[in-house]
Ligand binder design. Structure first.
Ligand SMILES: Cc1cc2nc3c(=O)[nH]c(=O)nc-3n(C[C@H](O)[C@H](O)[C@H](O)COP(=O)(O)OP(=O)(O)OC[C@H]3O[C@@H](n4cnc5c(N)ncnc54)[C@H](O)[C@@H]3O)c2cc1C
Length: 455
């Protein structure tokens, strides 16, 4: 419960419009894409690093939990104030501080949307590679905290690979500057990479120096349809084993294709049970040979058709609708974003099919096959307690399978609240203890996003 003294001190630091205390106003900050609800006791909107410092310092002194929030599109419950206290929204820190073309750098505040970064970089001939499907709605701060990625991660990597430096405020209210402005630099520990992916548990990011990449001169699209999932998985391995790296390599299984067919009849061939959507980019002279090499790698006994397509826009649009369309099948989806080495994707898909049969739960899979990062969806009815119990056991076995295949529990969504129970399966006790000690150094009173990430 927030004390009157704490609220008075907070009011003294903020403009009236930057503090919400009415329960109805605060409710808009109670949920994210995990669909869970934890209403905050108050919501504050910071406008500067100094304000973030003052707010955190107050929370530190009064031992008030503080949950940083970008735009609340996260799927792991990371921005939800489970322990009550304050939500610190960064959505009003929305300045693009600098675009520095010769150095391929953009400096932004955390509330800038991913799409705004892309739109601002484009006139200079650049882009920022992290490309979550939620780009028009999610913030750079959220991207950094979750090390977000998207279809282009197969060639370009994730957020972690495109941040040179950060300004952040620790849980003790100290302003720190991590990293540097240059693309090379080895002075001190790499706190930038430590903070990226730390899900707001160590520090609140207030400014980021982003590394930009030149826009490719040309792009080409390829679609490949397969009679069965095994041939499709085999093609993914063959594509990644040859030297031309696709700029996107997206996979859809039969369940995902049926969802698209239901909405857009005639878009996909009827006899295919799995599909790859592939993009290549580079100089215009490189597109045709790269596409030919990839089509060659797709050839196996189960291939129905693989061809270069002039316009992949309709397919990308269809792919982006998949996540919401899953609600056509069942009222609830349990959505995971597990990763396995690319060569183990066939074993993973076999295992998922077996789990789906054994536990009698509908399963739809799609995602970033080039990284082995598959969005696995278990479609359930939350009112059916027997089905929910089967789903819990199924999920448990799925994580065991992923780790057995040398994979990891989350590729881009993070642990948040949703996966923390499974963290000790992946991270051994000694390493986990070291992580807790690091948290203690950054956040001695445990006020930053309490309870998240750790089991
Ligand atoms: C339709 C849809 C599609 C999606 N597709 C993708 C995808 O392709 N790839 C992908 O990676 N994700 C995807 N996501 C998930 C989500 O969009 C990303 O995780 C995104 O990075 C979250 O950004 P946000 O601004 O909404 O952050 P929030 O959800 O508000 O917060 C996420 C985490 O970041 C922390 N945080 C936020 N700002 C800061 C800050 N300034 N300092 C410290 N911590 C902070 C929060 O505490 C929380 O732990 C998708 C979500 C939706 C709804």
């Amino acid at each position: 419960m927030l004390t009157l003294e704490f609220l008075d001190r907070l009011r003294a630091e903020l403009a009236p419009e930057d503090l919400l205390t009415d329960a109805a106003d605060c409710y808009a900050y109670a949920y994210d894409n995990s669909r869970k609800v934890f209403p905050p006791e108050a919501v504050v909107f910071a406008r500067s690093t100094e304000q973030v410092r003052q707010i955190i310092r107050l929370c530190h002194d009064f031992q008030v939990p503080l949950t940083p929030r970008g735009r609340g599109t996260g799927t792991a419950g990371g921005s939800l104030p489970e322990a009550g206290g304050l939500v610190l929204s960064l959505e009003r820190m929305r300045r693009i501080v600098r675009i520095d073309a010769p150095n391929r750098v953009m400096v932004v505040e955390p509330g800038v949307l991913n799409q705004e970064v892309q739109d601002s970089a484009r006139p200079y001939g650049f882009f920022w590679p992290p490309d979550p499907s939620s780009a028009p709605y999610c913030s750079v701060g959220g991207n950094l905290a979750t090390s977000a990625g998207g279809p282009h991660a197969v060639k370009y990597g994730t957020t972690r690979d495109y941040v040179l430096g950060l300004t952040a405020v620790t849980g003790a209210g100290a302003v720190i500057r991590a990293g540097c402005y240059t693309t090379k630099g080895v002075v001190g520990y790499d706190l930038t990479r430590l903070l990226v992916g730390s899900e707001g548990t160590l520090a609140v990011v207030t400014e980021a120096t982003l590394k930009l990449e030149p826009l490719p001169e040309a792009k080409g699209g390829i679609t490949a349809y397969f009679r069965d999932i095994a041939s499709c998985a085999q093609a993914v391995s063959a594509i990644m084993a040859q030297p031309r790296v696709p700029s996107a390599l997206e996979f859809m299984d039969a369940g995902a294709l049926d969802l698209i067919r239901a909405r857009q009849p005639g878009l996909l061939p009827a006899d295919s049970q799995a599909m790859l959507m592939i993009e290549v980019d580079g100089a215009s002279t490189e597109i045709a040979p790269a596409a030919a090499a990839i089509i060659h790698a797709c050839r196996n006994e189960g291939l129905v058709d693989a061809r270069q397509v002039s316009d992949v826009a309709a397919l990308w649009a269809a792919r982006k609708t998949l996540s919401p369309l899953l609600r056509d099948i069942a009222p609830k989806k349990i959505n995971e974003d597990i990763v396995v080495p690319v060569s183990r994707v066939p074993d993973l898909l076999d295992g998922l099919a077996e789990l789906s049969r054994r536990y009698d739960i509908t399963n739809v899979n799609f995602g970033h096959a080039g990284n082995g990062n598959i969005h696995v969806n278990w479609l359930v009815n939350p009112d059916d307690s027997a089905e929910m119990a089967r789903a819990a056991a199924c999920l448990d076995e799925m994580f065991t399978l992923v780790l057995h295949l040398n994979g990891t529990l989350s590729g881009e969504h993070g642990v948040g609240a949703e996966k923390r129970a499974f963290v000790p399966r992946e991270i051994d006790a000694v390493t986990l203890q070291l992580m807790k000690e690091i948290k203690q150094v950054f956040d001695p009173r445990g006020i930053l996003n309490p309870g998240k990430l750790f089991p």
